[in-house]
Design a binder for this molecule. Structure first.
Ligand SMILES: [Ca+2]
Length: 123
């Protein structure tokens, strides 16, 4: 491998700096500890801890209810991860309103977020 091809490689790497979405995606993927292609409640818990949630068990609970489309209690990396990432992204945005979100602020934000997504026919 010559000098030139190394330069090109570095340049390409620079151009592909992962965005927030990609980073969050990777955090979740990395937490599939047993590699079964699913995220369990415990694995979600650990992932949200890494993402900086101050109340990971609650966050994992809400996230599971939001993203678990087929209701099997696991988030499928193939089919349900996009929804989970979307949830994390939107939440992070909301939490930026607070300088230091407290336990209850995070809880209320989660609840409001979830309720906003309950179809009108249900509530
Ligand atoms: Ca599922």
């Amino acid at each position: 491998m010559g000098y030139h091809s190394n330069l090109v490689k570095v340049h390409n790497k620079r151009a592909k700096v992962p965005d927030t979405k990609e980073q969050i995606r990777n955090v979740f993927k990395r937490h599939d500890k047993n590699g079964d292609g699913q995220l369990s409640k415990d694995e979600l818990d650990a992932a949200f801890k890494e993402l900086g949630s101050i109340w990971p068990p609650a966050r994992a609970w809400f996230a599971q209810r939001y993203a678990d489309d087929d209701g099997d209690g696991f988030i499928s990396i193939d089919k349900e991860l996009s929804k989970l990432v979307q949830y994390a992204l939107e939440l992070k945005y909301t939490l930026h309103l607070y300088v230091t979100p407290s336990f209850w602020e995070e809880a209320i934000t989660s609840a409001v977020y979830l309720l906003n997504r309950v179809p009108a026919s249900v509530l």
